[in-house]
Design a protein around this ligand. Structure first.
Ligand SMILES: O=C[C@H](O)COP(=O)(O)O
Length: 265
């Protein structure tokens, strides 16, 4: 039976949002100290976030701080935020980040080329960066949907990214005017549904940019449930990229410290 976002138990939504959160600091003036503090914040009293998402120059410091077996994964960004760097540079960023201890690579696609009709450039870049991101490391492709600004282009770019080896399609850098929206997430989920039906793939979605509240997260969970089915949302195939959402998650969970650590929302 279809549920609306407001019908979810807010505590349960907050727990799932925590488990699926890529806690992000991509501030231009971020520092090693800020990244170490981010690592500490990610290990909450209610359990860890899925990952932290930071600039590549801080990956080694984060890995030293978290240790090799931390439950919080380290995600970093390449070709970020412009999407315009030369292929060799993007591959170099990726190889360096993996060597420094990154678990996940969030790569901006060459969306200007996509807008100009050069889909081969997209397929080629995802393929070579996939090769530089050996599994189990994850490759997330940032479509920068607000700049593509065309549902058909979003759909096409999502299909090509997945066919070229991406594990996740992510909406946005958080650095442009229009970031995550439910409308665009719906298009991306439809592509994921088709991809999983045709290839048996288990790729995921990461809305990012402008998601601030547990109510926002609930709206994405409801959308995922409607398109992908109940139980689909899990950290292996759904993330929220956000710098500010943790505050509302903790406030919600602190309202009931007896909250269970897992379960349906
Ligand atoms: O990838 C995540 C985004 O950069 C975070 O955006 P935000 O600061 O609006 O939450």
């Amino acid at each position: 039976m279809k549920r609306e976002a407001h019908e979810y138990d807010q505590q349960a939504v907050a727990r799932m949002a925590l488990a699926c959160l890529d806690l992000t600091d991509l501030n231009d003036d971020s520092t090693e100290d800020a990244v170490r503090a981010l690592c500490d914040r990610a290990m909450t009293a209610f359990g860890p976030t899925a990952a932290i998402c930071i600039w590549p120059r801080f990956v080694a410091a984060a890995r030293r701080h978290l240790g090799p077996l931390a439950p919080v994964r380290i995600a970093t960004v390449v070709n970020f935020p412009s999407g315009d760097l030369p292929v060799d540079t993007v591959v170099g960023e990726t190889v360096g980040a993996i060597a420094d201890g990154a678990d996940e690579i969030d790569m901006v696609i060459p969306w200007r080329a996509v807008k100009a009709g050069d889909m081969a450039k997209l397929a080629d870049l995802v393929s070579v960066v996939r090769a530089a991101t050996p599994r189990p490391a994850l490759l997330k492709t940032i479509l920068e949907t607000g700049e593509l600004d065309d549902p058909e282009l979003v759909e096409k770019a999502a299909h090509i990214a997945l066919a070229s080896g991406a594990d996740f399609i992510k909406s946005s850098t958080g650095k442009v005017k229009v970031n995550a929206t439910l409308e665009t997430a719906e298009i991306m989920l439809e592509v994921l549904r088709q991809h999983s039906a045709s290839s048996g793939g288990h790729a995921g979605l990461k809305p990012a940019g402008g998601i601030r509240t547990v109510a926002d997260a609930a709206a994405y969970f409801a959308l995922c449930e409607r398109i992908m089915g109940r139980g689909w949302v899990a950290p292996a195939r759904f993330r929220i990229g956000a710098s500010g959402l943790l505050t509302d998650i903790l406030a919600t969970l602190e309202g009931n410290t007896a909250a269970r650590a897992e379960g349906d929302y």
